[in-house]
Design a protein around this ligand. Structure first.
Ligand SMILES: *Cc1c(COP(=O)(O)O)cnc(C)c1O
Length: 383
């Protein structure tokens, strides 16, 4: 058997007729950038999210940048975020003129540890980006309180968390702005690049629309200097089709996570946990093992696709060296980076494929000392 890490062609096969018709409609319309198709998608996505505004754009990275700019980030303002995230979270802060400041994560959630946030804040902190990594919702209540007390903007990076919920609300709908990516592999993926910012604030939405399209109030009248971060109409058409399936797909991901949990219950690995406040969307299913590299090699040799999200935490990325962080600054993120391993996770995965993956995991761990996490080794458990 062979189990790829992701299989986008299988998703296409499951809805090919719908997608072909939607894309064909755009081709025939002659309207290829923004326009009615994009407006319809914005309305439908805002409805799905339970908010009043969705502003479509060209990628998740541009969504984050536009949200920071619309929230008033100025040159030199500090923006706090998690040390364990995709590079785009930090890149967008810098592109908006800000300075990324990192906080370590909680090993139980893989998300920013709320108890470490206060001491990472300074006079210059103007925003916090909460990342719902892997589709696991971050604990938002402590953040909401801090943001309110300090008068700083709370922005959500929900690029991996379409359909996830925190205490009954969709993640992305909780802060001042929620940023989504529609990169093809995401829970809701375009057939190309795409992104969106959702917000309850009409003022934010207005600024986002200006920034997205060269600051155009009306044709060729530019009230501010913006960007070309518009969405292609074909992507909106694809997303409108796929949005109708999103809840069912998230449900399948949740079922897969439950099955992985059962099949790996006795394996000497750490499994992702769903916190009491969370309904996770399982964009990724990330396990942890002290013998990660050996396990990954074994899985590859058994034709099981695996991923690392992410092997180098943000504070140690070469591109961010100028920020002045060093090894040892965020010990949990650094340890997770060496232990995490993403298993295949997508709606179309079958029960037999997951059984095969778990058999391969058990075999791969067979020769190793069955320690659970690192407790037995150095007494400093990850949990
Ligand atoms: C994918 C992703 C982004 C960036 O989205 P793009 O559409 O690739 O620009 C940002 N943050 C996180 C956590 C992501 O996973």
């Amino acid at each position: 058997m062979k189990v790829p890490f992701i299989n986008l062609a299988a998703q296409y096969d499951s809805i090919a007729a719908e997608l072909d018709e939607a894309v064909g409609g755009v081709l025939a319309s002659g309207m290829y950038v923004q326009g009615e198709e994009v407006e319809r998608f914005e309305d439908e996505f805002a409805d799905y999210m339970g908010v009043s505004h969705a502003v479509a754009c060209s990628s998740g990275t541009s969504a984050l940048k536009l949200a920071l700019l619309a929230a008033g980030i100025n040159r030199g303002d500090e923006v706090l975020t998690a040390a364990n995230s995709f590079i785009a979270t930090a890149g967008a802060i810098i592109h908006a003129g800000g300075v990324p400041v990192f906080a370590d994560v909680d090993p139980a959630t893989s998300n920013m540890d709320p108890s470490l946030i206060e001491k990472a804040l300074t006079e210059r902190t103007k925003a916090i980006i909460a990342v719902h990594l892997y589709g696991l919702p971050m604990d938002m209540d402590p953040l909401i309180e801090i943001a309110k007390d300090r008068g700083i903007a709370l922005i959500e990076d929900a690029a991996q968390a379409h359909g996830a919920e925190y205490k009954g609300s969709k993640v992305g709908s909780i802060g001042l702005a929620g940023c989504f990516s529609f990169y093809p592999t995401k829970n809701l993926g375009a057939c190309g690049e795409g992104g969106a910012v959702v917000t309850r604030s009409a003022e934010m939405a207005h600024r986002l629309r200006l920034l997205r399209d060269h600051g155009s109030e009306s044709k060729y009248i530019h009230s501010l200097l913006g960007y070309n971060d518009r969405m292609a109409a074909i992507q909106a058409a694809v997303l409108r089709v796929k949005l109708k399936h999103l809840d069912a797909w998230v449900e399948r991901r949740r079922g897969h996570a439950a099955l992985y949990g059962d099949l790996l219950a006795d394996a000497p690995v750490e499994l992702p946990r769903e916190m009491p406040y969370a309904r996770a969307a399982y964009h990724l299913y990330v396990i942890r093992s002290v013998v990660r590299d050996k396990l990954a090699e074994h899985l590859k040799s058994m034709q099981v696709g695996v991923g690392l999200h992410y092997p180098v935490p943000l504070h140690l990325q070469p591109a961010l060296a100028h920020l002045g962080y060093k090894k040892g600054d965020f010990p949990v993120s650094e340890r997770l980076a060496s232990e995490l391993l993403s298993l295949p996770m997508y709606p179309e995965l079958t029960r037999d494929e997951m059984k095969y993956v778990c058999k391969a995991v058990s075999e791969g761990l067979g020769g190793s000392d069955p320690v659970h996490g690192r407790e037995a080794e150095d007494g400093v458990g990850l949990r």
